[in-house]
Design a protein around this ligand. Sequence first.
Ligand SMILES: NC(=O)c1ccc[n+]([C@@H]2O[C@H](COP(=O)([O-])OP(=O)(O)OC[C@H]3O[C@@H](n4cnc5c(N)ncnc54)[C@H](OP(=O)(O)O)[C@@H]3O)[C@@H](O)[C@H]2O)c1
Length: 332
Amino acid sequence: MKACFVKVPCSLDNFQYLDLPEPILASNQVLVRWHASSLNYHDFAVVAGMKPIAGDIIPMSDGAGEVVAVGSDVKKWAVGNKVMSLFFPDWIDGAATPADIARIPGDSCEGYASERSAVDEHSLTLMPEGFSYTEAATLPCAALTAWRSLFADCKLQFGDKVLVEGSGGFSIFALQFAKAAGATVFATSSSNEKLQRMKALGADELINYKETPEWGQKVYELSGGGVDHALDVGGSTLNQSITACRIGGNVSSIGVLEGVGAEVNLRLMISRQIQIKTVMVGNRRMQEDMVKAINASGLKPVIDSSYKLSDLANAFRYQATGKHFGKIVVEY
Ligand SMILES: NC(=O)c1ccc[n+]([C@@H]2O[C@H](COP(=O)([O-])OP(=O)(O)OC[C@H]3O[C@@H](n4cnc5c(N)ncnc54)[C@H](OP(=O)(O)O)[C@@H]3O)[C@@H](O)[C@H]2O)c1
């Protein structure tokens, strides 16, 4: 079977597209024919060598495909089921234990940039109804993180004010979920053209974070005293996100695109009584809840562009330009 492989030291020049032996199916596993994956910043960090890994690896944490065989002890799945992977294949429900989050596909175990793999029965969910494999492959990391941040952690209410930062995969899902749930959305981007596209998706207020370096204060003013929830993807932008919040607001610390060197303004944080919640994707229960919500809401992912599996390195080169809006996908 065909697979994409990255050799250590990982770099975009160390990709190989090759034939690997067919996976061997254990009794508690299902054989999935993967048809699509999507690029997350986390995958980029692995394949570009920014995040050390143990050895050569099949990358990609997202996968969507069809069950083509089941092990003799498998009860949950049948041939023909359309399934999605989990970012944490062993985190089923509740608060995570270290063991629950020890395996991450395309990082600490083999990922889904291959035509087939044998997957533990408990490590899959159904795809949303009517979704193509390509659409479903955008969900397990970016969409689930947005879903968990807004609904499981922040308990988003109709009429809440939400700040989403940038127009990458995570943030566009956050925008879509927040609007579907009746929120007012404040959106930032480095590009005025992308801001207009965010407006078309329902964003209510638009701020270019390059043109307005003190965008936190701008959001505070535009929102009439601060947003309820700010979803921080910059890391060292944490003080801007805190500044954007109302007294008692929530900051979800999602990413570190601008670096990890944030010196948090504790005085402001305490005087605003801000709650900061760090987030690492989510568990299977959350993914099942998200699928139910997507089925009910009719939400569809925003797909920027599609690449062949054999061209995965170029998909990452494109991601590195930051020109994309929403998700970049790989189809096979
Ligand atoms: N903790 C978790 O569970 C989790 C899960 C998913 C993602 N993340 C993190 O979230 C971040 C985004 O991930 P992704 O997969 O959505 O990446 P992505 O699709 O590659 O999106 C990157 C986008 O982020 C925007 N951006 C860059 N610097 C920014 C800044 N300083 N402020 C605001 N926006 C900025 C840019 O949008 P514009 O071009 O519009 O400026 C860029 O296109 C990454 O740090 C990733 O590690 C974390």
